[in-house]
Design a protein around this ligand. Structure first.
Ligand SMILES: [Cu+2]
Length: 155
């Protein structure tokens, strides 16, 4: 009887381990803020260093239909990338480039495409190995001053 209990316990812990592995993916959904069409509904996210992240930018539920994207940046780069995003306002190739500034590529850790109203885009990436605060932003010209947040990467 005792052996059976032990066996069941190990099966149960194996099953839990399996669940824990699924749970190791951080599943995040970002939307426009329902009250502020030029903001994200979440301005702070927390993931573990090196964690797999599945992030969806779901552009629904806004009071104003605007296109948005999501860029995760290296720490300290939001002002520089924001300035490049502003310049893209007059770039006829802006929409085709998803408003991702060419000059910002080295500072971008992950990004979605430009998501039109009532559409969504899902990306998968690995969270940075270094703990820290990583800014995220929408680079549709003019949005980034308000449409931004911080991803806290913890050890
Ligand atoms: Cu936006």
């Amino acid at each position: 009887m005792k052996h059976t209990c032990l066996l069941l316990t190990s099966i149960a812990s194996l099953a839990l381990t399996g669940l824990a592995q699924d749970a190791s993916v951080a599943v995040i959904e970002l939307k426009p803020d329902p009250m502020n069409p030029m903001g994200y509904n979440k301005t702070e996210l927390t993931v573990k260093a090196g964690q797999k992240v599945k992030l969806t930018l779901n552009n629904t539920g806004s009071v104003a239909p605007l296109a948005h994207n999501f860029l995760l940046l290296k720490p300290g780069k939001i002002e520089a990338v924001g300035a490049m995003a502003n310049v893209m306002m007059t770039d006829p190739q802006g929409p085709a480039k998803n408003y991702i500034p060419d000059g910002a590529k080295a500072d971008i850790l992950a990004h979605t495409k430009l998501v039109q109203p009532n559409q969504s885009d899902t990306i998968e990436f690995t969270a940075p190995a270094e703990a820290g605060d990583y800014p995220y932003m929408c680079t549709f010209p003019g949005h980034w001053l308000l449409m931004r947040g911080v991803m806290h990467v913890t050890k």
